[in-house]
Design a protein around this ligand. Structure first.
Ligand code: S3P
Length: 208
């Protein structure tokens, strides 16, 4: 396209009051009650099973007017099977492969709050991808094992989430804690906090 053709196209857009996609607002964004520095375009919540990634992530996205995605749900949607089904039928290695593929595809989105699965950061390729995705803030939601197990038990009783690896929680948490910690830009301890308090704490960290 020549320079004059470009200018003509711009004039045309201005005269039609066409607003570039990046500055037009969705209904969700208009309802948003908080905003983040422009250097952040994605918030990724990490932490062990029961740390509140999904619950807090959904609420955080609502407050920001951003899109919320849960990595486990994305795997289930793409695969047409639940996480426990994938573990039972195909094994953990296959689940991890599906999880990495879903992560790579989700990280292309903007204005995204993403709740990772508890095991996703154990995979080196996932960590590299997260670290190299620009404008991505990673927040580690942490809590003691006892609290995490209590929450998972409550969720299981309510029929919410079956977690195939819960039996190995203690060993896995010990192994993962340093991994979560190193990967994170921010850490929030969620013990005794309700979802609103967790959101506030995450927002405070992100806004510096
Ligand atoms: C897993 C955590 C689960 C889910 C799968 C494996 C793990 O996600 O990805 O059951 O390895 O810790 P949540 O952390 O959302 O429960």
């Amino acid at each position: 396209m020549t320079a004059s053709a470009t200018l003509e196209a711009m004039d045309e857009a201005i005269s039609q009051k066409a607003i570039p996609a990046e500055i037009s607002q969705t209904a969700e964004e208009q309802r948003a009650t908080v905003s983040l520095p422009t250097a952040i375009d994605r918030v990724v919540l990490t932490g062990f099973m029961g740390s509140g990634k999904t619950t807090a992530g959904r609420r955080l996205a609502e407050r920001l007017g951003w899109t919320f995605r849960d990595l486990d749900s994305e795997v289930e949607r793409r695969e047409g099977r639940t996480v426990p089904q994938i573990f039972a039928e195909s094994g953990e290695a296959e689940f991890r492969r599906l999880e990495s593929a879903a992560l790579a595809s989700l990280l292309g989105q903007h204005r995204l709050v993403l709740a990772l699965g508890g095991g996703a950061p154990e995979v080196l390729g996932n960590r590299l991808l997260l670290e190299q995705t620009p404008k991505t803030a990673i927040v580690y939601l942490q809590a003691p094992l006892e609290t995490l197990l209590e929450r998972c038990e409550r969720a299981a009783e309510a029929g919410e989430t079956a977690r195939p690896l819960l039996g190995e929680a203690e060993v896995r948490l010990r192994r993962r804690h340093p991994v979560y910690d190193r990967l994170a830009d921010h850490r929030v301890t969620t013990t005794e906090m309700d979802v609103e308090a967790v959101c506030e704490a995450v927002l405070a960290k992100l806004r510096g």
